[in-house]
Design a protein around this ligand. Sequence first.
Ligand SMILES: [Zn+2]
Length: 217
Amino acid sequence: MASQQETDQQVNETVAVDDEGFVVDTEDCEARELAFRERGTSRPITVVGNPVLHQECQDVTAFDEELARLVDDMFASQRTAEGVGLAANQIGVDRKVFVYDCPDDDGVRHVGHVVNPVLAELPPERRVLDDANEGCLSVPTAYAELARPDYAEVTGQDLHGNPIRVRGTGYFARCLQHETDHLYGRLYIDRLSKRDRKDALRQMPEGTPRYPVVPNN
Ligand SMILES: [Zn+2]
């Protein structure tokens, strides 16, 4: 996910979890993000129209060195593009993986990755919609208001194959939903009304992305 328009960021191998079994992704953020990114190579970002963004990605079945390198490259690419979240198909890789480096509404930074994410269904009383501006590195320079639940839980695995659960509120909840959507072939503009989608796409050619992109044929 793109950083908010108004504003313009070794490592534990075992996953720390809180009392409720959710990943603790708020500690040692700077060191963890740096370690991934420094091992990785930044890659250009795919943009709307590229088929890899519009189809469900493949499940990850091998938790090997190649997957670890992919996560490294995703952190490097996310940093170059100044994103707060990045899905594998945004660097052209057809695998269900996303990374994030995202603040919540309390200004707390969350850094992590999820392999094979599945968004948990929320009971109706937890579905409180939050209207906010959303952007995407794959829809460069465009933004649109989109209502989404202000709380999200994602289950999946870490890059070693350990089962994990991640939860977030506010802007970070939005990020978790946005990135999971990507891996099922859905962009945030696909959730907009026809008119708003058109408006967002129209904003694209008016701006120039601040990061390398993969040209569409
Ligand atoms: Zn996106």
